[in-house]
Design a protein around this ligand. Structure first.
Ligand code: AMP
Length: 288
């Protein structure tokens, strides 16, 4: 069947309603486009889970701060279209800003606690925008399954919390981070990196590997791991640390002292002007 492109909320809701009435399972992958293999891995999972796979492409202005990269965020609909088709996407939902936030718009979703650390601190309002747009997209696409990447670990926690708190009737499916052969986490923002910056960007995934080796060897002291990771990354040119933290995987709050529960090492680092994030749950097998 030919892939459909739907641009209006009304059409998307009618399509979703029809599918549900005929007993079809809807799987959904929300994205900001400019696809890479990470996005495609989510789509392949969505393809397996549902009868109809919907992918949204929407660069959501409410999740960008005033000095962030909203205007220069990479976009290439034709390329995305071909890539989506190649993995069997049924519908691309591709709304305009006017369609998503018409004049008079005034409702926002605020997930309170799990947004207080990490990117929630560095990017005020970011998760309010993310939660709001995902809540809206869930009401528009009406999916049974929504697939998210663990690359954005805190985002995944925020969405799971919102779905639970607001009784949204869908299942959130987490997926592993896809990486380039050398370990760099795939990201649409990697296109911003110069060749030399890209070399330095490798320090993120390499530092995660190093931290995991420390953890495996029995190290449980937060400060020592954070210090080693920080030193390693700042030893590379063009890098500026936004945060290096070890947090509880559920609450996203800092673990202080010794690591005594499931913990994620989360990084946000500027490489030149590009802000990159990566993470690793300590104790999990390193596959990169
Ligand atoms: P984005 O278009 O960057 O907003 O991402 C859309 C979805 O793709 C989110 O659920 C991300 O977590 C996920 N994603 C982004 N990068 C990766 C990656 N390298 N591996 C797996 N999923 C990813």
């Amino acid at each position: 069947m030919k892939m459909e492109i739907i641009k209006t909320v009304k059409e998307m809701q009618e399509k979703a309603e029809k599918l549900r009435q005929t007993g079809k399972i809807i799987s959904f992958v929300p994205t900001m486009g400019y696809f890479h293999e990470g996005h495609l891995s989510l789509m392949r999972e969505g393809r397996k889970l549902g009868d109809c796979l919907v992918v949204s492409i929407y660069v959501n202005p409410t999740q960008f701060g005033p000095n962030e990269d909203l205007d220069r965020y990479p976009r290439d609909f034709e390329r995305d279209h071909k890539m989506a088709e190649s993995v069997g996407v049924d519908v691309i939902f591709y709304p305009s800003n006017g369609e998503m936030y018409p004049a008079g718009y005034q409702t926002y979703v605020n997930v309170e606690k799990v947004t207080q650390n990490l990117c929630g601190l560095s990017r005020p309002g970011h998760f309010r925008g993310v939660a709001t747009v995902c809540c809206k997209l869930f009401n528009i696409v009406k999916p049974h399954y929504a697939v998210f990447g663990r690359k954005d670990f805190q985002q995944l926690v925020v969405i799971k919390q919102m779905v639970r708190d607001l009784n949204i009737d869908l299942q959130v499916i987490p997926m592993p981070t896809m990486r380039e052969a050398d370990g760099l986490a795939m990201s649409s923002r990697n296109v911003y990196l110069s060749e030399k910056e890209r070399e330095s960007a490798l320090s993120l995934s390499r530092s995660l590997r190093m931290a995991e080796r420390m953890y495996e060897a029995g190290e449980r002291n937060v400060e020592r791991i954070v210090q080693e990771v920080t030193n390693f990354i700042t030893g590379h040119p063009f890098t500026k640390i936004d945060y290096v933290k070890i947090c509880d995987v559920d609450s996203m709050m800092d673990i202080v002292g010794e690591i005594d529960r499931p913990a994620v090492l989360a990084l946000a680092v500027f490489v030149g002007k590009t802000r990159l994030i990566d993470n690793h749950v300590l104790g999990e097998a390193i596959t990169f």
